[in-house]
Design a protein around this ligand. Structure first.
Ligand SMILES: *[C@@H]1O[C@H](CO)[C@@H](O)[C@H](O)[C@H]1NC(C)=O
Length: 316
């Protein structure tokens, strides 16, 4: 491999979010709490949906898949970030960095498409209720899932293909707490002005499209509900406001970061904390705690778990 000849950088150094001890402590506590909440909440959803036959419907399958993806989303960046917080020298290997970028964009891409699939599911349920079972058949669910994974994979690999062969000859400091394309590309020792634009526009374009698709599907649902019943609007609005919250919290920071290809600021870093730490743990709360069926099923799973513990501790 002649890569070694000009690629002198074998690891990168994160500058982290802040040097202030107070802020670091705050970030550590904040991230730990949300990381744990995300792990517990999302595992509980996956467990509940897979174990409860009452919940074997497209909506819950998609929700469980979203939770599964959120488990991955939380784990790609948070643990490394938390263990790095109090370290002076925060390093990541070259391939560690590539791996992080691959998973961030794979998982982020799948998550976006799952949100669209969930909005589509609600659209069919509300606007075409008579055809719901025909349209959202098991084959359709598998198709939506496969499409989400394939598009997420292509989105991630297509960007990586542009950057893995870039030469790096130092400096190797990333003003961030995780690896992502904009800052990574800036460190390459060639002219990357256009490359930066292409790669950033890819993610920016994708987030913007997904945002508009989701918002217009919500609007068409509201319009349909309003036409058919006057009392239903406020109920639909309260359900949709939860979805809109997720969409704004998840896509807002992404749009802000990726639609300004040549600007990288400190603010980006703090916004990234939202996507990496906060949103994965908010999804279970927002999608689940407002849903009665789900709450009942979760309580059942929890009580089964507790009684199992009691029995097994009685034996021992
Ligand atoms: C994802 O959805 C598929 C098909 O709808 C379902 O069979 C599977 O159990 C779901 N995955 C999880 C982790 O719930």
């Amino acid at each position: 491999m002649d890569k070694e000849n000009y690629s002198a950088v074998s690891e990168f150094v994160f500058l982290g979010l802040s040097n202030s001890w107070d802020i670091q402590l705050f970030l550590f506590v904040f991230s730990s709490v949300f990381y744990l909440a995300s792990m517990l909440g999302n595992s509980l959803i996956v467990l509940t949906v897979t174990s409860d036959p009452h919940l074997h419907s497209p909506m819950y399958f998609l929700l469980a898949n979203l939770s599964f993806i959120d488990l991955g989303m939380s784990s790609v960046i948070s643990p490394k970030m938390m263990s790095d917080l109090f370290r002076k020298h925060k390093v990541i290997s070259f391939y560690g960095c590539i791996t992080q970028m691959f998973f961030i964009h794979l998982i982020g891409g799948v998550e976006m498409l799952l949100l669209i699939a969930m909005a589509f599911d609600r659209y069919v349920a509300i606007c075409k209720p008579l055809h719901y079972l025909i349209i959202m058949c098991p084959r359709m669910c598998i198709l939506l899932l496969a499409a989400a994974w394939i598009i997420g994979f292509i989105h991630s690999v297509a960007q990586l293909a542009f950057v893995v062969h870039l030469p790096f000859c130092g400096p190797n400091e990333l003003d961030s707490f995780y690896c992502d394309f904009p800052r990574f590309i800036k460190l390459a020792c060639t002219d990357t002005y256009r490359l930066q634009f292409i790669v950033t526009a890819n993610s920016g374009f994708m987030s913007l499209c997904v945002f508009f698709i989701l918002i217009s599907s919500y609007i068409s649902i509201l319009v349909t509900v309003q036409k058919h019943s006057s009392g239903g609007v406020s109920k639909a609005l309260s359900t949709l406001s939860a979805h809109i919250t997720v969409v704004v919290l998840f896509l807002g920071p992404l749009i802000f970061v990726y639609t300004r290809p040549h600007a990288t600021s400190r603010l980006d870093n703090f916004l990234a904390v939202f996507d990496v730490v906060l949103t994965p743990s908010l999804n279970p709360i927002i999608y689940t705690l407002r849903n009665k069926e789900m709450k009942v099923a979760m309580r059942r799973v929890c009580s089964q778990f507790v009684s199992f513990r009691k029995i097994s501790s009685g034996i021992w």
